[in-house]
Design a protein around this ligand. Structure first.
Ligand code: ARG
Length: 475
């Protein structure tokens, strides 16, 4: 498209438009069109402010608003033709406005695409973050519900993927609820930093016109809890700052890593080797070749998609490294990474919340795995400690006891008192009682340990905490 037919071109100085190759290489509308709703909101707020300071008449501002809204509904209905030669979402909408309404040419007064893209992205993020917060809370609820439905199921806990000590399955699931809660906290803090209005920073140095930035911030909802407008404090920072995007992508990477670890647990638990859970048919797939297969694809994809979420964060960090102040076109590369991160993490959180009710726990198999008496070897050492044996020595004695059981080819809890005493005379008739699983769990009474009553209290606590959580987090 020639610069003459482009009503928003930066014409004047150029005798020709960019070559087709440059146009194709530089356009961003094929992905930043997603910001259209926020671009229109930002433009309406800006037009109102221009009327407020007397640069537009109120009639002009109103007709700009009406025309932008008309364009908005056409976009919404899919009746808008995006033009790649107009480069990005901002120029597409402004060009259409000006085509329909000549006074639209006044809209860009005191504004640059540099502060426009920053305000659009922040507005878009605010809405998306609120959705993500709700979705994370829903996933927490689904994990708590799965734990509550199986609140008596005991499984071996693992370290180094070797059986370690018995825990309640609910305790294991609540560990993820804790992780997601820290994620939520970080995302709420990120929301707070996104919630600052950059519009009015112009291209780099504000404007010679008396723009009312606070007016715009108020219009767009960039306000604090008391309703006071929040505006950026340095025009150069405001247009080149992408910290809030990096911050979000970093928090999102951690969400993704948490879900990837959960995926790994679910994949292991659903294997024949573990056989702790069964994921319903609707959340698994078969093999095209092996008729017996039931694959936990959703969990595997969740684990796999973590790669791109982490990759997006790395791309952004490298993108920003060494950029001189202030806006550089490189920054256009932020959006696909941001959009992909948001889409990937939100869809993963949602599908995981839907998958939790589809998990059936194989209580009998969990029980038999948890009845391995070796899981209570540490309890036996603790029993000796209570008799005054230093722990290091007790550890050694129990190690010898495990070796004896192996040698005699019997489970450690089947050793007779005299066999135990052949290792250490401080063993007595009480010693074998430590192998009672319920007793072992019941005696773990300190905060944070998997005592069954305590775990049930935690489940109940989360139940009521999560019922109140969600949008109120950012209110
Ligand atoms: N499409 C651009 C971006 O996403 C908008 C800002 C362009 N500013 C400029 N001075 N070329 O970053």
């Amino acid at each position: 498209m020639s610069s003459k037919s482009n009503p928003v071109s930066r014409s004047g100085r150029f005798s020709s438009g960019p070559s087709q190759q440059v146009e194709d290489y530089g356009q961003s509308v094929t992905f930043d069109y997603r910001l259209w709703e926020y671009d229109i909101l930002g433009s309406i707020a800006h037009a109102r402010m221009l009327a407020h300071i007397g640069i537009l008449t109120s009639g002009e501002a109103e007709s700009i608003q009406a025309t932008l809204e008309e364009i908005g509904s056409e976009i919404h209905e899919g009746n808008f033709r995006w033009d790649r030669s107009l480069e990005d979402v901002h120029m597409n909408i402004e060009a259409e406005l000006t085509k329909r309404l000549p006074v639209g040419a006044k809209l860009h007064t005191g504004r640059s695409r540099n502060d426009q893209v920053a305000v659009d992205t922040r507005l878009w993020m605010k809405d998306e973050l609120l959705e993500l917060i709700d979705e994370l809370v829903a996933l927490q609820r689904a994990l708590v519900a799965l734990g509550s439905r199986n609140d008596r199921v005991i499984i071996p806990g693992y370290t180094h993927l070797q059986r370690a000590q018995p825990v309640l399955m609910a305790h294991h699931l609540l560990a993820y609820v804790e992780m997601l809660d820290r994620d939520l906290e970080r995302i709420v803090q990120c929301y707070d930093r996104v919630n600052v209005c950059p519009l009015g920073s112009g291209a780099i140095a504000g404007s010679t016109l008396p723009l009312d930035r606070e007016f715009v911030a108020r219009q767009l909802g960039f306000t604090d809890k008391e309703g006071r407008p929040r505006v950026t404090r340095n025009s150069m920072d405001a247009i080149s700052d992408r910290d809030y995007i990096v911050e979000f992508c970093s928090h999102a990477a951690l969400v993704s890593i948490h879900l990837s670890r959960l995926s790994e647990d679910l994949i292991l638990w659903s294997s024949t080797e573990f056989n702790f859970i069964r994921i319903s048919d609707s959340f698994t797939t078969g093999s095209s070749l092996m008729p017996q297969k039931k694959n936990p694809d959703v969990a595997e994809l969740g684990r796999g998609k973590t790669g791109r979420v982490v990759g997006n964060l790395m791309s952004l960090l490298v993108l920003l490294k060494g950029l001189p102040m202030t806006y550089n076109r490189d920054l256009q590369e932020d959006k696909e990474r941001l959009f992909d991160t948001m889409d990937t993490v939100r869809s993963t959180v949602r599908i995981f919340a839907s998958m939790m009710p589809e998990i059936a726990v194989n209580a009998a198999h969990c029980k038999s795995a948890a009845s391995d008496p070796l899981l209570l070897a540490t309890d036996l050492a603790d029993h000796l400690v209570l008799k005054g044996v230093p722990f290091r020595e007790a550890h050694h004695i129990v190690g010898a006891t495990v070796a004896l059981a192996e040698k005699l080819k019997k489970p450690i809890d089947q050793l007779t008192v005299s066999e135990l005493r052949s290792i250490d005379p401080r063993f007595d008739g009480e010693s074998r009682k430590v192998f009672k699983l319920e007793r072992s769990l019941a005696s773990r009474t300190m905060t944070g340990a998997p005592n069954p009553d305590a775990v049930r209290n935690e489940l109940a606590k989360w139940d009521s905490v999560l019922a109140k959580k969600a949008k109120c987090l950012t209110a």
